[in-house]
Design a protein around this ligand. Structure first.
Ligand code: C2E
Ligand code: MG
Ligand code: MG
Ligand code: MG
Length: 277
């Protein structure tokens, strides 16, 4: 099913969503068709080394170009996709797109890994790592070009199964990041056991780093904590040069935010990349 999707585009959805639950059925049925109709699209936003300015990787962020409602942002439809199980196909579609793009970039001499966001549902699917492997094989990509971001809260949904899935992915050579760090309720002792290499500080702490001493304290200690755990740190929500400088002084490794670039369509990235360099 997955490898077929890589070749032809459409993904066969399992009719697994719960029609009795409180979801927006119009949105769900439209979302179901959105993959077939080519309405989903991948935007990218760079993660940049705060010392050298070098581009480390990009994060893939989904957009839904709805034929009548215009552009729909993930916060407005990913929760529905998660509730109905459609997220599994959305995730596989994103990974396949990211894999294709990474190969195309590599052929142009741009060796830039792409990070894809995955959900709690993906983490409890013990077959998910195999599906990812199939996609990488079918697209000619490899595990050094695709990394995955998981939020604290999606791990804590089912920590045991999440750990198994993450271990499997990590054994395959896929790099993993903890996303939105600081907003969930995870236990540090638990996170320590996970095979992750990157910690992303949630933008809510970074955006007001200049004005809020509390936020500065939180960001500073998170950076120290992550480094002590052997992780590198990405600050999300870097909106201006002052935030960049503060983070740099705090020893934060990488930054991501509107100051460097908003999320942009794949087709615009090369131009941004050349200008940045
Ligand atoms: P995230 O993974 O934490 O992604 C970062 C979000 O912060 C993105 O919002 C990005 O546009 C926004 N952002 C980046 N820099 C700045 C900044 O300087 N200031 C501000 N105010 N915001 C900034 P976006 O694209 O709307 O995505 C929202 C969330 O939706 C993502 O948060 C992620 O959790 C989820 N998401 C996006 N794409 C996917 C996907 O393909 N699959 C899944 N499961 N979730 C996705
Ligand atoms: Mg993310
Ligand atoms: Mg985040
Ligand atoms: Mg987020």
């Amino acid at each position: 099913q997955v490898s077929k999707a890589q070749k032809s585009g459409p993904v066969v959805f399992q009719p697994s969503f719960d029609v009795g639950s409180n979801v927006n059925l119009t949105l769900v049925s439209e979302l179901k068709k959105s993959i077939y109709n080519n309405e989903l699209s991948v935007f990218v936003q760079p993660k940049v080394n705060l010392q050298s300015r070098a581009v480390r990787s990009v994060e893939a962020l989904i957009r839904w170009k709805h034929p009548t409602r215009g552009m729909i942002f993930p916060d407005q439809f990913i929760p529905f996709a998660e509730q109905t199980g459609l997220i599994r196909d959305v995730t596989l579609w994103m990974i396949a797109e990211a894999a294709k793009v990474s190969v195309a970039w590599l052929q142009k001499g741009m060796s830039i890994p792409i990070a894809v966001n995955i959900s709690a549902r993906d983490l409890i699917d013990s077959d998910f790592p195999n599906k990812v492997a199939e996609i990488l094989k079918a697209t000619g990509s490899n595990t050094s070009l695709i990394s995955l971001e998981v939020t604290e809260s999606s791990i804590m949904d089912d920590p045991h199964r999440a750990k198994q899935t993450l271990l499997h992915l990590s054994e395959m050579g896929i790099k993993l990041a903890i996303d939105d760090f600081g907003t969930g309720y995870s236990s540090l002792s638990y996170l320590k056991e996970l095979p992750v290499s990157e910690l992303k500080i949630d933008k809510s702490f970074v955006m007001h780093i200049e004005a809020s001493q509390n936020d500065r304290i939180i960001v500073n200690s998170t950076i120290e904590l992550a480094h002590n755990m052997g992780l590198h740190v990405v600050a999300e929500g870097v909106e201006n040069i002052d935030a960049w400088k503060s983070l740099q002084e705090m020893g934060c490794d990488y930054g991501q935010g509107y100051y460097m670039s908003r999320p942009i369509p794949i087709s615009d990235f090369e131009t941004w990349y050349q200008q940045w360099a």
